[in-house]
Every structure is written in C-alpha cells, then in structure tokens.
Design a protein around this ligand. Structure first.
Ligand code: GTP
Length: 261
C-alpha cells in the first residue's frame, strides 16, 4: 500500500514504529477502556495537524466529530501552551490554532450520517489534514443491539470513511472504547518495550468485542490499531495491528502538556 505521508504523533518511539506517525490514506483506530486517554491523544493529534510546518505541524485544518462531547477547546489550548509555548504565547495564536479545528457534534446516527455528507464538501473547501471520530463505538452501543441477526447500520459509514481516507489521502483517527479485561482470562504476548522485552497482556478479546459492536467489516477497514491500556498502574500504547510494525508497546503518561512517552 502506498502511503502519501504521516502525521507525527510527537511520541518518538511510536513514530519510529509507524515509520513517521499516523499514516495518511488509511484508518487508524485508538482502542482502550474509559479514561485511558483516547481523547487526550486525539487533542494532541489535532494540534499537530494544525500547527505551522516550521513547528512540525501539517499547517492544516481538522474535522473533529465529537460524539460524546469530550472535545474541550480549553484543554486543547492548555496542551498547546504547554507543548508549544513559542507558538501559543504569540498574540492570537491560541485562538487561531483552536479555530482550525472544526468540531461537529452529531447526536444520532442520522446526524452522524449528515456529518459525513458535510465532510465531502469540507474536504473540497478546506485544507483538511486530519479527520477524528471520537468515538465510533458510541454510535453502535446506542443505536442498535448486538447480535448476528441484526444488520450493521454502520456498514455504509465504514465504507464511506475508508474511501474518504483513500481518495483524500488524509489520516482518519477513530476511537473506540472497550471494557478493560479481567485478569483471570489473560493472554500474554511478548512485546518489545523500549530496549527490553516484556510479557504483556495481549488483547484478542478486544477484537471480538469490537467485532460484536461494529461488525467484521470494521475490523477489516482499520489499517492500524493502537491499544491504550493500564498494566500494573502504568499506561501503555501498544501497536496491535499494523502492516509494518512488530508488536511494540510504549509506556506513556498524561500531563498538563497532554500525552507524552
Ligand atoms: P473515554 O472517552 O471515557 O473512553 O476515555 P478516554 O480514553 O477518551 O480518556 P480521556 O482522553 O478523556 O482521558 C482521561 C484521562 O486524561 C484522565 O484520567 C486524566 O488522567 C487525563 N486528563 C484529562 N484531562 C486532563 C487535564 O486537563 N489535565 C491533565 N493533567 N490530565 C487530564
């Protein structure tokens, strides 16, 4: 698959593992339990996509579909001011950066469908460098019951997103919440953590959970899956599905400057 470029996450090890960052032209999924930091990650990515190029950004605009009202401009500006003080201390820059992020808040599947239609136009009119959907699972849990007999109403949306990624060559980042796994049913897998190897819980059950929620079609649409989770009190980002990276895990923390390794 030919990739047109990457959005660096600013997390060095992760960027190296992903050959430069979140790839353009495909869907990247952030999976993890409530409160792990998926939204914080998306805020950071939104900043990085909108920052001027001389500061390592993509100098673009961001479409942020905020399904659960988790987006916070205040937090975005805080992360920006802490991470990129030289830009955010310039007069009017914080507002300018925040203004580059267009937040859509659909409250139903019908409105979500409308938002996607709107995106087609926005992609033509603006210099969009990132599309975030936080979260997709929120739609599935509210609007339809799980079960093999039910038709997945998100089928069209998933195909649409995949084609938007491919045609517009932008990175699409989608979050999905899963319940944290119980310890009695632990699968272990040997992950590379920094310079050492460590047995961490593998997460095959996330697969079945996400398939139950969003359908097998979704799993196939996702090119990169990053799993965020807490293991023995420490937060990790794992590269769980990637065409090019081996199983890698990176400890991370969330501070006033957002997500950092
Ligand atoms: P769900 O949407 O509930 O699935 O969670 P999430 O994975 O999106 O979590 P989110 O990104 O909202 O991260 C929540 C965590 O980020 C909290 O547990 C805090 O540790 C941290 N956090 C959130 N806001 C702030 C903040 O303003 N300052 C700091 N230092 N940490 C924050």
């Amino acid at each position: 698959e030919q990739l047109a470029g990457h959005l660096p996450t600013g997390l060095k090890g992760l960027d190296e593992a992903l050959f430069g960052g979140i790839p353009f032209g495909v869907i990247t999924e952030l999976v993890g339990p409530a409160g792990i930091g998926k939204t914080q990650f998306c805020l950071k990515l939104s900043l990085l996509a909108s920052l001027p190029m001389r500061h390592g950004g993509l100098d673009g605009q961001v479409i942020y579909i905020d399904m659960e009202s988790k987006f916070s401009s205040k937090r975005l500006i805080e992360i920006g001011a802490q991470s990129f003080p030289e830009i955010f201390h310039m007069r009017g820059m914080a507002q300018e950066m925040a203004g580059r992020i267009l937040v859509l808040r659909p409250v139903s599947l019908a409105e979500f469908t409308e938002s996607l239609q709107q995106i087609k136009i926005l992609l033509l009119e603006r210099r969009v460098k990132l599309l975030v959907i936080d979260s997709m699972a929120a739609l599935a849990s509210g609007e339809f019951e799980h079960g093999a007999s039910k038709i997945n109403p998100l089928g069209w949306h998933i195909s649409f997103l995949k084609s938007v990624a491919e045609l517009s060559r932008i990175p699409i980042v989608v979050t999905n919440q899963v319940r944290s796994q119980s310890n009695d049913d632990t699968w272990r897998y040997n992950f590379q953590v920094g310079t050492r190897r460590q047995d961490l819980e593998d997460t095959p059950k996330y697969d079945s959970h996400l398939i139950a929620a969003l359908g097998i079609h979704w799993s196939h649409a996702v090119t990169i899956r990053l799993i965020l989770e807490t293991i023995s009190g420490e937060r990790f980002i794992k590269v769980a599905k990637s065409p090019m990276s081996p199983a890698l895990a990176f400890p991370f923390s969330i501070t006033s400057s957002g997500i950092s390794l």
